[in-house]
Design a protein around this ligand. Structure first.
Ligand SMILES: C[S@@+](CC[C@H](N)C(=O)[O-])C[C@H]1O[C@@H](n2cnc3c(N)ncnc32)[C@H](O)[C@@H]1O
Length: 246
């Protein structure tokens, strides 16, 4: 390993710790569950690091997070901005997305309450059902592990409305479980049910598709997409579809 590689890895590891601390800090006012849930999820789930390491949201000022839970994406992006501005940033990474406004929509009152206790007025979170809430116009939409909770027709309608909320070239980050993923996929379904219960909700039915089927649906709804595995370090079969509106 070269000195430069070792330095980049050291910076990455140290940054991860600083980012994690900064992102979780607001949840101290939201109760023990909210704080520890944030720490566990942000540490284990590879999507958060990937968003920064690959610069996925760079240049997207208005981000809409559908099914935002307790607002982890907002916490992560705000923490990244602070770390970047303080010069704590790996040289190998692109700059952090700056001055991003994240708006979240979440159906479950307990999660909305946790987010509001953590961020107060520093984040806009609406308690609503994404199947019938106005999305407005935005630069990027993020949907992480949400669409499988609604039947096929509703998935289609939500994605059509997401497309209408974006200009051509607008970005959709859609994370899904790959129904062709065998045991890893089934383990993901089981874990999803368990975590939903831990968060204080009844586990709803799941309406899953293979990655090829999700890509076809995105195409039907006006997106070109590229699929990237997004389960590194976990036993799941999750995939991130990076989709651009055409
Ligand atoms: C597995 S969690 C993921 C939360 C968040 N996206 C994250 O990655 O941390 C799925 C979230 O979607 C929310 N959700 C599911 N269906 C929804 C709907 N129709 N409208 C709004 N939120 C919904 C659930 O309440 C839950 O908080």
């Amino acid at each position: 390993m070269t000195t430069a590689t070792a330095q980049a890895q050291f910076n990455g590891a140290r940054l991860n710790g600083e980012l994690l601390d900064a992102a979780c800090e607001p949840y101290r006012t939201a109760g023990r569950f909210a704080y520890h849930f944030a720490r566990g999820k942000l540490r284990i789930d590879p999507i958060y690091r990937a968003i920064l390491e690959s610069g996925l949201l760079l240049g997207r000022a208005r981000v809409l997070d559908l099914g935002c839970g307790q607002g982890l994406l907002n916490a992560w992006l705000k923490a990244a901005e602070r770390c970047y501005e303080h010069g704590n940033w790996p040289r190998a990474w692109p700059p952090a997305p700056l001055a991003v406004t994240t708006r979240g929509i979440e159906m479950m009152s307990r999660d909305v309450a946790r987010a509001r206790r953590a961020f107060g007025t520093r984040c806009e979170i609406s308690q609503a059902d994404i199947r019938n809430t106005d999305f407005g116009m935005v630069d990027a939409v993020v949907i992480l592990d949400v669409l499988h909770y609604m039947p096929a027709q509703a998935q289609n309608e939500v994605l059509q409305r997401v497309r209408a909320a974006l200009r051509p070239g607008g970005l959709l980050l859609l994370r899904v479980g790959d129904a062709d993923g065998g045991l890893r996929f089934r383990y993901g379904q089981w874990s999803d049910k368990l975590v939903t219960r831990l968060r204080g909700h009844a586990a709803p039915a799941q309406y899953c598709r293979s990655v090829a089927q999700w890509s076809d649906l995105l195409h039907e709804c006006g997106f070109d997409s590229e699929a990237k595995p997004m389960s590194r370090g976990t036993p799941f079969a999750n995939v991130l579809l990076i989709a651009h509106a055409h």
